[in-house]
Design a protein around this ligand. Sequence first.
Ligand code: ADE
Length: 242
Amino acid sequence: MFLLKADLIITMKIDIISVVPDLLQSPFGHSILKRAKDKGLLEVNVINLREYTTYSRAQVDDYPFGGGAGMVMMVEPLVNAIESLQKTTSYDEVIFLTPDGETFNQQIANHFSLKENLLLICGHYKGIDQRVRDHFITKEISIGDYVLSGGELAAAVLVDSIGRLIPGVLNDETSALTDSFQDNLLAPPVYTRPEIFRGWKVPEILMGGNHAKIDQWRMEQSLQRTKERRPDLLQDDPLPSS
Ligand code: ADE
């Protein structure tokens, strides 16, 4: 729980529906996300989809109508799980992780970090019955142009990138503002002790203590890196579709 000047309390809850909940036990138990949970700023719950099926042997998938390879996650267990969770939580977004979704980026992470309750749905096999997508999903997100064996690792990426943006989670609140991709620029190079290692020297400007000059140098380095590595960022309109 974090108290802003106006006594606004910001906490976020992220619920994740998965058929392999064990996959998501470790990522949130360490480092920054652990700190966020320990401080009460972030709550992450992993819900086992198999607890919501009425089919025998905890079945949650079936053959696709019309034939074809692979299995499809059935509409009923997913709708049971979503509606059951919605009885106690009003979700700002119900997000399906899928390779054909909108490509995730820092702007979308910023956008989601301002929400209170998110529900993430992890797909498996050939995907989920389209009726779930049509009637329950409010956002479809891909973490890149490659296919994972399930949405869990993508969900972990979202939780990590969103969780660290919640006010109070990072020690130095400004450090998220200087991340790569904030302002559509890559971050500048950073150095720490020792000043000289194997004859490789830290740029002199960083040792001089003139913060205006250091800021200017960092901005120039950021721009140069972005031009060289990701010129597309300098042309993009960063705003996510809402
Ligand atoms: N599920 C499988 N592949 C994925 C991807 N690239 N992004 C999000 N969810 C996925």
